[in-house]
Design a protein around this ligand. Structure first.
Ligand code: HEC
Ligand code: HEC
Length: 131
């Protein structure tokens, strides 16, 4: 004999379990990554919020000026002059020396994979020190 009630209850429980990952995670996103800002330098070449939105355009501008018009010097918003270099300026020891803790954390979160590192060399990072 079939027990209709048990079958229906079984189907409902089965469906609930099957769709669990959908409703359990709905409306939630992975927690925002924590990016580590430079310790030594307090200011970037443009204010932080601007860099957050526009760093790709700034980098493109730098590349085009260096490669196309041989202009290597950039006057920052605070009047300081910088060499327009991804490796030597952005990724210098005093600035974003740890690509993995800054660029990568945010790019991994947002699913961005810049191809720059096919050619440009990221800074060498020491493996985390064990305590
Ligand atoms: C706070 C988050 C965040 C951080 C930190 C960050 N980026 Fe990005 N970056 C993004 C996002 C988001 C995009 C994609 C923007 C878009 O597609 O409009 C992006 C895009 C780029 C692009 C353009 C890639 C392409 O294929 O168009 C470059 C180049 C880039 N980032 C370089 C860097 C470098 C170098 C660093 C570290 C020094 C860095 N970013 C740090 C968020 C970040
Ligand atoms: C196919 C190889 C290649 C790729 C990929 C590449 N570059 Fe370059 N880039 C170069 C070369 C070569 C130069 C010239 C180096 C010089 O004259 O100092 C350069 C110069 C630059 C410069 C100015 C000089 C310097 O030292 O940084 C910037 C800024 C730059 N590239 C940014 C980028 C960014 C941002 C990306 C990714 C969106 C990128 N590049 C991808 C090869 C590449």
């Amino acid at each position: 004999m079939y027990d209709g009630g048990k079958i229906i209850a079984g189907i409902i429980i089965g469906l609930a379990l099957l769709t669990f990952p959908i409703w359990y995670t709905s409306g939630r996103a992975a927690p925002k990554p924590e990016v580590k800002l430079p310790v030594k330098e307090k200011e970037c070449v443009q204010p932080g919020p601007y860099m957050k939105k526009k760093h790709m355009q700034v980098l493109d501008l730098w590349r085009d000026s260096v490669v196309r018009v041989q202009q290597r010097s950039y006057v920052a918003f605070n009047g300081k002059e910088y060499d327009m270099s991804l490796q030597n300026t952005c990724m210098s020891a005093d600035c974003h020396a740890k690509k993995s803790e800054f660029c990568d954390r945010c790019h991994n979160y947002t699913g961005v994979v810049p191809y720059c590192w096919d050619c440009h060399i990221p800074p060498k990072e020491k493996p985390e020190e064990k305590h």
